[in-house]
Design a protein around this ligand. Structure first.
Ligand code: PRP
Length: 207
């Protein structure tokens, strides 16, 4: 479980609780998703590669650092869209590559419907963004797509995971670190995380 990181930051714990509340409206929900994405991104980028860089301050030369890796955000449509803005506040120069997947309601298997990745990889590190890791099927399928694309370093960033999703993603892709705000109790019999927060896509987009 060393690759699984559950944030203990007080602001994450506070905001996640408001997010779960059934009385939180769509507008507040979207704002909280954005804020949580920023906080989790801060934690997930602790090992970014740096090179040495020198700058001139008004007083003279200062040794410093430059973040080197070309980073791609991979929001999984639809619900992953809400995480993009918060992450981009910290990483304004990233590329964004959307992947469209939905879960078949009967089989719970992911169905791919959008993928416009170019032939060759254009980034070194991908952050897969999806608020919910339920069965783990969508996340595993997304990582499969990115590995086939040729990306070597991939991380998953989400809000709430079920133990079943953690198990599936770590088994299929043990090299992919997982950053979430909570690991909840279980999946229910229709594949929703309990207690979770309901449907993250519906709550963001008012559907
Ligand atoms: C939800 C969620 C994940 C997926 C997680 O998407 O946003 O993408 O389900 O479930 P899994 O771990 O069992 O694969 P959904 O299919 O509801 O589509 P949406 O984002 O378009 O609402």
């Amino acid at each position: 479980m060393s690759q699984v990181h559950v944030s203990q930051h007080p602001l994450v714990l506070h905001k996640l609780t408001v997010l779960r509340d059934k009385d939180t409206d769509h507008r507040a929900f979207r704002e909280l998703v954005r804020e949580l994405a920023l906080l989790l991104c801060y934690e997930a980028t602790q090992d970014l590669e740096l090179s040495a860089k020198t700058v001139m301050t008004p007083m003279g030369e200062a040794k410093g650092h430059k973040a080197e890796e070309a980073i791609g955000l991979v929001p999984v449509l639809r619900a992953g869209l809400g995480l993009v803005d918060g992450v981009m506040e910290l990483l304004p120069n990233v590329q964004v590559w959307h992947i469209g997947l939905y879960r078949d309601e009967k089989t719970l298997r992911p169905v791919e419907y959008y993928n416009r990745l170019p032939t060759e990889p254009t980034v070194q590190l991908c952050l897969v963004l999806d608020p919910m890791l339920a069965t783990g099927g969508s996340a595993s399928a997304t990582v499969d797509i990115l590995k086939r694309w040729g990306v070597k370093r991939i991380k998953y960033l989400g809000l709430i995971a079920a133990p079943e999703g953690i198990e599936r993603l770590t088994t299929a892709h043990p090299d992919v670190p997982i950053h979430v705000a909570s690991i909840d109790e279980r999946l229910n019999d229709i594949g929703f995380i309990m207690p979770g927060l309901g449907d993250a896509g519906d709550r963001q987009f008012g559907t």
